[in-house]
Design a binder for this molecule. Structure first.
Ligand code: G6P
Length: 459
């Protein structure tokens, strides 16, 4: 191992690997799941890495000790304590309502964006939180560390931290899509420049796919900022973690309950946060259209959807939550009868049940408007036991890895959604088995450790 490989590592993200709830007046830690945490866990366990994140709730804040650290579930994390008001502006108003919209192309531009004084105050809060992270890194990062900054919330950290610590190297990983010049032009000119200069202050910027890397280069060039070094390193979930959940009692119980609902019908499934970019309503509209076109499928298919609330601090998300509920009711009222409910919607975030759905589906619908990657599109094929098919949006980052073995879908087209579901349902068993094997191989080609290695190498 070279000397460079022994350098300490500091991981920096908005959401950390631990979240706390208050039980009987004391904070109780829960370890997060997903590729990010499992990819980084071995490094944390080895003692070579530390993690810095924001305290996202009062319970998180109450878990911080005098040294600024919070501990639990075998992990230790440095939590930055930011007041609720500043946090709301940085997270809800800028990260989720502005940057997320820009990178996912969600603005309609008729009513939004509109940069009033409230928004500019929120932009100040974004800078302030980024500065707080930078100060913490400048104070606590071990000498010569590689600092791995995760995602769009923290674009300005490296530039600021470098002013005080020129011994550190910084790598940024962008988990979302990156906006092309047109989408990025919806940001105020000074903000575009500040964000792009923030990103180019890193030693390297990483993306899940070449699409987003290309957009980053095009956008930087259009707005006159020299893009820094870039790399592509796609993320996968930890298969051992997923299989442990799949083998567990909670998943077994959920699977039994699901079998009761499905019987001998064909199962279409989806698993998503109730997220604007996930395109949940158009997905149900495509299913509605399919039931209209194909009377023979009525009663013979069932759609089980896990769509759990997310970012309810943002009004657009609250409204979308209601639209999802309404769109399910519409289909169920239109086609359902005493013996058959066309859609079963689950709105609680129950991971063992999501795993049960992924083990059991015949068709998995993943139809985002745009997505940095979409881990469900890989987790489903990795876990599925029914030779299930994947209908996948061409706008999801994962499409570039899985396109040979999935049904590609232009996500705005409701007729095409019905077509793709229909083709998957009608596929003959031999073809299904063949495609499912290919899909599984593609979906499990990499591990979270590979993703981490790409970032470490870039630093
Ligand atoms: C998804 C995206 C990430 C994003 C995260 C934020 O996982 O892929 O890019 O950072 O959501 O979610 P949160 O609930 O923390 O806002």
């Amino acid at each position: 191992m070279s000397r460079a490989d022994d350098r300490p590592v500091v991981i920096v993200s908005n959401r950390g690997p631990l979240s706390f709830t208050t039980v009987d007046g004391s904070p109780v830690a829960k370890r997060g799941s997903g590729g990010l945490v499992s990819g980084l866990a071995p490094l944390l366990d080895s003692g070579r890495a530390s993690w810095t994140a924001a305290a996202l709730s009062d319970a998180d804040r109450s878990a911080i000790d005098d040294d600024g650290l919070a501990r639990g579930a075998g992990l230790e994390v440095r939590l930055i304590d930011i007041d609720t008001h500043t946090m709301r502006r940085y997270y809800d108003d800028i990260s989720n309502s502005t940057l997320w919209f820009v990178h996912h192309g969600l603005y309609d531009r008729v009513r939004a964006p509109a940069y009033d004084q409230g928004w500019w105050d929120a932009w100040e809060a974004y800078r302030e939180v980024n500065n707080r992270f930078a100060e913490s890194i400048a104070e606590h990062a071990p000498g010569g560390a590689r600092v791995l900054v995760q995602d769009y919330h923290l674009s300005l950290v490296a530039r600021r931290a470098r002013l005080e610590r020129d011994d550190l190297s910084f790598v940024h990983f962008h988990h979302t899509p990156f906006a092309g010049p047109e989408d990025f032009s919806a940001l105020p000119p000074s903000v575009r420049k500040e964000l792009l200069e923030g990103l180019s202050s890193h030693d390297a910027c990483g993306f899940h796919t070449s699409n987003w890397e290309t957009n980053y280069r095009l956008t930087s060039s259009r707005f006159g900022v020299a893009a820094g070094r870039t790399f592509i390193g796609t993320l996968n979930s930890d298969l051992d973690d997923l299989r442990t959940v799949a083998a567990g009692e909670a998943c077994r119980t959920a699977l039994d309950a699901l079998e009761e609902v499905v019987g001998d019908r064909t199962l279409i499934a989806r698993v998503d946060r109730m997220e604007l970019s996930k395109n949940i309503v158009r997905g149900f509209a495509g299913y509605d259209r399919l039931l209209e076109r194909r009377p023979d499928l009525r009663g013979r298919v069932v759609f089980a959807a896990t769509c759990y609330p997310s970012r309810l601090g943002v009004e657009d998300y609250r409204r979308y939550h209601d639209e999802v509920i309404d769109s399910v009711a519409l289909v169920n009222e239109r086609w359902g009868d005493a013996d058959w409910q066309p859609i079963h919607l689950f709105t609680d975030d129950d991971f063992p049940r999501s795993v049960a759905l992924m083990r059991r589906y015949d068709v998995l619908l993943v139809n985002p408007i745009r997505d940095g990657l979409n881990l469900v599109a890989k987790e489903g094929p990795a876990l599925n036991e029914h030779d299930g098919s994947l209908v996948l949006s061409t706008e999801a980052g994962a499409y570039s890895e899985l396109n040979e073995a999935c049904d590609g879908l232009f996500p705005f087209d409701i007729e095409a959604t019905a077509d793709a579901l229909e083709a998957a349902i009608d596929r003959d068993p031999q073809q299904r088995a063949f495609t499912a094997r290919n899909l599984e191989a593609l979906a499990t080609a990499r591990t979270p450790a590979d993703w981490l290695a790409d970032q470490l190498e870039a630093g």
